[in-house]
Unconditional design. Structure first.
Length: 476
C-alpha cells in the first residue's frame, strides 16, 4: 500500500473518531493525555481573572495592610496573593446575594475575580469579584482533588455503542478540556438530597466540581470515564424557573392527584392514584438543608427532599384549581381529590358578634369582621355626680354608610342597681343599660348611625361617674 493511501486512511479514521462515528463516543485514553498536558497558566492579576479560594489574614497590623484575605488560585501551585477587601461593584449581584456571599464560610466559597487598583496610601489591592459559588453544606472536599466546570452536550451525541461521552469538563484556571461519560455525586449527597438536582446544577447551571476522574463500568466498546465529585459548588444566586406546569386533570371519584419533581425543583402532575394509608414518617434534614415535600406515587404519600437552605426557594406550584372550570354556584377544592363542590351560602352560616357574612369571588360564603372607624368624643358626668341627676347626649356618626356604633367608656363607676347609663336608638327604644363599677370597657355594637345616651341617678349615694372618649362607627 502506498504512503499516500496510508495517509488518506489515517486522516479519515481520525475524522470518524472526532465525529463519534467509531464503535463508541469516546474512551478515556486521549482525554487523559490532554488532562496531563496542562501548564501553570497565568496567575490572577488586574488583567487576568481567576478562580480562587480564600482564607482570612490573621496577621496583626494596621488595616488594610493586614486583616484582609489570602487568595489561592485553583489548580495552580502559585504563591498566595494578599487582598485588602472584596469589591462587588462589577459583580452584577444584588444586595441579598452579596450578603449571602459574605456570610458563607470561607472554606465553602469559591470566587472568580481579578485584582483591583492599588491603594495610593498602602499599596494594597482589593479583589474585584466577578462570580461566586458556595459548596453544599456539610461536605468536605478531598484536598488533592482538582476543580472543574462541566457542560453537557445539548443536544446529546447519539452514540453507536456505550459508553457515550456527552459531558465536557474544563480544568479551572488551566483551560484543559476533557470529554467524559458522567458525574458521580454519591459522595456529596446528604440524606434526602436529590441527586438529579445536584447533577443538573453541574451539567446545566454552572455549578463547579471538586473531584477526580475514575474508570467506571466496562462495555464492549470501552470503559466509562466518571468525574467523581467530593464537593459541588452552586453558583450564587441559584435562580430557578419559571416552572412550566401542564394542565391538571380532574381525577375520577376515589382517586387523587399525585406529583413529581424535576431536576430544577419544579413540581409537575404525574396523574391520578388510589390513595393509600401512608406511613407516619417525617425525616429530618441535615444541618444547612430545608425540607420540601409533595404528594407522590405510590398512593399520594409524601415524598421528601432536602435542599440547601442558602438556595432560593422554588416558586410554589400554581393552584391546581386554576385549571379547572366549575359550573355556576360551585367552586373547586384541592383538599384530597380535586373536585367542584356547591358553594356554602350565607343562609347556612351563623356569624358571631361584630362579623357579617359575605360572598368572595364565587367561593364559599365567609364571616368577616366589620370595619370600624373611631371618632373622638367627650361625654362625661360630674366627678362625683349629684343625686337625682338626669342628663342626655345624642351621638350621630359622621362616617358615610355607617350602620352601627359602639361606645368606649374610659371609666365607669355608678351606684350599682340604682344609678344607670341607658343607650336608646333614634326612636327611643332601649338598647342597653349599664350600672355598677365597670371600669374601662367597650359596649357591643348598636344598630343604626345614631344613639341617645341617658344618665340618671337616684336620691342617695353617688360615685365618681363615667366618661366616654370614643365612639366607633361600623361599615361593611
Amino acid at each position: 500500500m502506498s504512503t499516500e493511501i496510508k495517509k488518506t486512511i489515517r486522516t479519515w479514521t481520525l475524522a470518524l473518531v472526532a465525529l463519534g462515528g467509531g464503535v463508541a463516543c469516546g474512551g478515556p485514553g486521549q482525554d487523559q493525555e490532554l488532562d496531563s498536558a496542562d501548564g501553570e497558566g497565568e496567575a490572577i492579576s488586574s488583567s487576568s481573572p481567576a478562580y480562587v479560594t480564600l482564607r482570612h489574614d490573621m496577621r496583626r497590623c494596621i488595616s488594610p495592610l493586614c486583616g484582609g484575605y489570602w487568595l489561592q488560585d485553583l489548580n495552580r501551585t502559585t504563591a498566595e496573593v494578599y487582598v485588602s477587601a472584596l469589591d462587588f461593584s462589577r459583580s452584577g449581584m444584588d444586595e441579598a446575594t452579596i450578603l449571602l456571599v459574605r456570610e458563607t464560610p470561607l472554606e465553602d466559597l469559591v470566587l472568580r475575580g481579578q485584582l483591583g487598583p492599588r491603594d495610593a496610601g498602602f499599596n494594597t489591592r482589593p479583589l474585584r469579584v466577578l462570580g461566586a459559588w458556595r459548596g453544599l453544606p456539610g461536605v468536605t472536599r478531598n484536598p488533592s482533588d482538582r476543580f472543574y466546570s462541566v457542560r453537557a452536550n445539548i443536544p446529546p451525541i447519539q452514540c453507536i455503542a456505550a459508553p457515550c461521552n456527552n459531558d465536557n469538563s474544563t480544568l479551572l484556571n488551566r483551560g484543559t478540556r476533557r470529554t467524559f461519560t458522567g458525574v458521580e455525586v454519591t459522595q456529596v449527597l446528604r440524606p434526602f438530597v436529590d441527586p438529579a438536582w445536584v447533577v443538573g446544577r453541574v451539567e446545566h447551571a454552572g455549578a463547579l466540581v471538586a473531584g477526580h476522574f475514575e474508570s467506571g463500568q466496562t462495555f464492549p466498546a470501552g470503559t466509562e470515564s466518571l468525574l467523581v465529585a467530593t464537593q459541588v459548588y452552586v453558583q450564587l444566586p441559584d435562580v430557578q424557573g419559571p416552572c412550566a406546569y401542564p394542565p391538571v386533570q380532574q381525577c375520577p371519584e376515589g382517586l387523587i392527584n399525585v406529583w413529581g419533581r424535576n431536576a430544577d425543583r419544579c413540581q409537575y402532575p404525574t396523574g391520578c392514584a388510589q390513595p393509600l394509608l401512608c406511613p407516619q414518617f417525617i425525616p429530618n434534614c441535615s444541618e444547612g438543608y430545608t425540607m420540601d415535600s409533595f404528594p407522590a406515587q405510590p398512593g399520594g404519600c409524601p415524598a421528601f427532599v432536602c435542599d440547601p437552605t442558602f438556595i432560593l426557594p422554588p416558586a410554589p406550584p400554581p393552584s391546581r384549581c386554576q385549571l379547572v372550570r366549575c359550573t355556576a354556584d360551585t367552586h373547586c377544592v384541592e383538599e384530597g381529590p380535586i373536585a367542584c363542590v356547591p358553594n356554602v351560602t350565607c343562609a347556612a352560616i351563623l356569624c358571631g358578634p361584630d362579623t357579617h357574612c359575605v360572598y368572595q369571588g364565587g367561593q364559599d360564603a365567609q364571616c368577616v369582621a366589620f370595619n370600624w372607624t373611631p371618632e373622638t368624643v367627650s361625654v362625661a358626668s360630674a366627678n362625683p355626680y349629684r343625686n337625682n341627676e338626669h342628663s342626655e347626649w345624642v351621638y350621630t356618626s359622621e362616617t358615610s354608610g355607617a350602620d352601627g356604633v359602639r361606645i368606649h367608656f374610659s371609666r365607669f363607676d355608678l351606684e350599682s342597681g340604682y344609678d344607670f347609663v341607658t343607650i336608646l336608638d333614634s326612636n327611643g327604644m332601649e338598647l342597653a343599660r349599664f350600672t355598677g363599677q365597670l371600669g374601662e370597657f367597650t359596649t357591643q355594637s348598636f344598630p343604626g348611625s345614631s344613639v341617645r345616651i341617658v344618665f340618671s341617678s337616684d336620691f342617695s349615694i353617688t360615685k365618681s361617674g363615667f366618661a366616654i372618649d370614643r365612639v366607633d362607627s361600623r361599615t361593611l
